[in-house]
Design a protein. Structure first.
Length: 148
């Protein structure tokens, strides 16, 4: 069995878990911090489809949805043989903390150190944008727009 690589990220967000959960499950709210198109059905078996950079769709399906506390969904990239749709797993826990939210993200099942590094960079970037939006800010145009 091939070795699996994992990304771990944490973010402290100045908003309650319910607000953060909405920013991750409502297609219109997702687009405030990530992507150009989003279609999500946050229920077990439901679709996760986000055009993250305007040039690349992430696709998977929800495995676990615990409103305002936890999301887990399969993840991969349309047209990719390296990380195909549904080939990895994103798990997000939202923990109420000090009037805000501690977001813990684990992205497992990545096939290589290079893919792990690239996804770690992407998650750091987009969690930063999420943190800004959740606090009422505007992250501005996405510098990752157009990336493949």
């Amino acid at each position: 069995m091939p070795e699996s690589f994992v990304v771990h990220r944490e973010a402290h967000i100045a908003a309650p878990p319910a607000a953060v959960f909405a920013l991750m499950t409502d297609p219109e709210k997702i687009l405030r911090w990530m992507g150009t198109e989003a279609q999500v059905e946050p229920q077990p078996g439901g679709l996760y489809l986000v055009n993250v950079t305007g040039a690349r769709f992430a696709r998977g399906s929800f495995r676990e949805v615990v409103p305002v506390h936890r999301l887990a969904y399969s993840f991969g990239w349309d047209g990719s043989e390296v990380v195909p749709p549904g080939s990895s797993l994103v798990e997000i826990d939202l923990i109420e903390q000090g009037g805000g939210t501690l977001l813990r993200l684990t992205h497992s099942g990545l096939p290589s150190a290079d893919q792990c590094a690239g996804h770690a960079e992407g998650w750091a970037h987009y969690l930063g944008r999420l943190t800004e939006v959740a606090a009422g800010g505007d992250p501005g145009p996405d510098p990752f727009y157009g990336r493949t």
